[in-house]
Write a protein that binds this ligand. Sequence first.
Ligand code: PEP
Ligand code: MG
Length: 765
Amino acid sequence: MLGILRSIVQEVNSARDLSEALDIIVSRVQKAMGTEVCSVYLLDPASNRYILMATEGLYKDAVGNVSLAHSEGLVGLVGSREEPINLEDAPSHPRYRYFPETGEERFSSFLGVPIIHHRAVLGVLVVQQRENSRCFDEGEEAFLVTISAQLAGVIAHSEATGAISGLSLTGEEAHDVCFSGVPGAPGVAIGTGTVVYPSADLDVVPEKPAEDIDHELELFWSAVQAVKEDIERVANRLASQLRPEEQALFDVYLRMLDDGALPGEVVSKIQEGIWAQGALKQVIQQYIRHFEMMDDLYLQERMVDIRDLGRRLLSHMQEGEQKHLEYPERTVLVSEELTPAMLGEVPKGQLVGLVSVKGSSNSHVAILARAMGVPTVMGLVDIPVNQLGGRELVVDGFEGQIFASPSADLRAFYQAICEEEDELFRGLEELRDKPCETLDGHRVPLLVNTGLMTDVVRSLSHGAEGIGLYRTEVPFMIKDRFPSEQEQREYYREQLEAFAPNPVTMRTLDIGGDKALTYFPIQEENPFLGWRGIRVTLDHPEIFLLQVRAMLKASEGLNNLQIMLPMISNVSEVEESLHLIYRVYHEVREEGYDVHMPKVGVMIEVPAAVYQIRELADRVDFVSVGSNDLTQYLLAVDRNNPRVAQLYHSYHPAVLQALVRIAQDTHAVGKPVGICGELAGDPGGALLLMAMGYDSLSMNAASLPKVKSVIRSVDREWAVQLLQDVLLLDSPHVIKSCVDLALRNAGFGRYLRPVKTPVCEQTAI
Ligand code: PEP
Ligand code: MG
């Protein structure tokens, strides 16, 4: 069965569109199960009806014409119960509905299973049989359930692709097609989708027509020539080390590139009007499908060669292409997985929004986006990325949804929100030089989280009183080797100088987890529980010592440096780090630099550290909570995984209790405690943290004016009462609603979300 399942999934995966995918499903399932009928009904979001979309065994004319209301008939029953229904004699069931146009009356056994994707019912897969005696057995039911679960994602993707081209399931025009993801950075952007994709990846090459067929042919032939030369070069280089039969493998490669072979097929597709990269993709995928279905292991191996050849040809065709990418005036960057480098490619002032398939609201690219104030939606798992290029997109970073090709009404609606937001920020500018102080005189310094120099510029203009977290790994991530001591010194000096005499807290390199350096790859099964942060740098003292040396030298004459240690999970890590820092301090002074010993602090990000606060705080000068990681580790929810994003909640009672305890225990040993996770930049979160006694709040620059405005408008006592109230509650959602309500009642509703935004009703997924 597994083999059949695999081959059905492969075939469906490579279908060109939804209707081809569904036709493949019904015909293959009907054959595999030996039944007379197999049909797929999909739920049309526009009409909320199940439409017969494909069938093998019922009258074909019924396809697209037969539909059932949401809870009508056995199909509706399967959908609403969200579980299989297996009947020997379907017509005797009270929910049975008869449609003469399908020819269905002849069939009596019925097995229907729901097609569910991310908790949403997409449709129902049904098999039927004529004679009464056939009752589908448990094995058959399990097979159908497995097929349906495996195909749900493909169906969702094909549906979305159709919808994005302006078609609903029924082939009618679709408007305001909406896709739901996770909010990455707040705000609304209206702009033109620009797809950036990793080079030499055939799977993400978009389908588009050739603008100039001769030019495309020329591009292709020169790529073929270049690849042939590459292969000949490699073959010659290895000639002395290989036996003749191994050498023959290169001849196989070269033969595949003969005019009449693979290139001939690509050329005929280009001549049909497809651009060269798209034609290559289609041909290579056809070959791969063909080889995948073969049982012969030798031939399956050839698939690897084909894939490799395809990648080589594509890589030659793409040379320099990304560099020539034209960014529209208002660019909404769309990618499978956005990287900080991609953001950096967009010319200044043209980037208005970000859309990423992978990642979640606490991915580092989302944090960067918040720092830059670029509205972002992450974790749009099923969007047809390739279809979004050149389309007008609305990015709703408040709700975590995007709309493609918006109608005039929807555009006007969001345009008004953009204007309202701009106005709000203009109103907040006057707060820049005012202290962050409650009405009853409680002062809470607002600091900023930085990584790039642009963050510094923005933070100064927003009135930050220092840096609470400088993520030193950011400059490391945009290089192709470890930066030298001198280079690091320059980065650090910029940050220290910009804020002197205010404190600048530099965190030692925090790589691992989702923060990878291309030149220092770490391969792990479970990276967030692996070699991260201080664990890496203590194992590589040469990296740690060099970094601390660069920090100390950069601080000469300014003396506003503070050093912070990430991912601490025991006291010996603190002691070892302090030992190394002291050592560097003495060495640097001996070299003649007039530097002061910086304050050193620990980050509380690991649950173990919450229970050892006193021991840890005793050894250092300050404590700072990394609530992003603390939330992920306390709740066992990967901060980057959109599938579990709904469970990632910094308002979870367990997280709030931990935060209260950290503040109390740090103060008990007489040390200051700050916070530098994203919760500090959330107006409601900031109020709770202030009430818990946090001495400073560090956040992304864009959040700072809103947080200041809220804190300046309340009494501390009011916030303390709010905290006491929410600590009695047991659900993160209820706590969040309670805090939101308090903010609305205090007149800050607009800081949560400007107005009621449309929700994804016509969701394509
Ligand atoms: C945190 O974990 O809260 C934190 C501030 O660090 P980062 O987001 O860089 O992991
Ligand atoms: Mg962290």
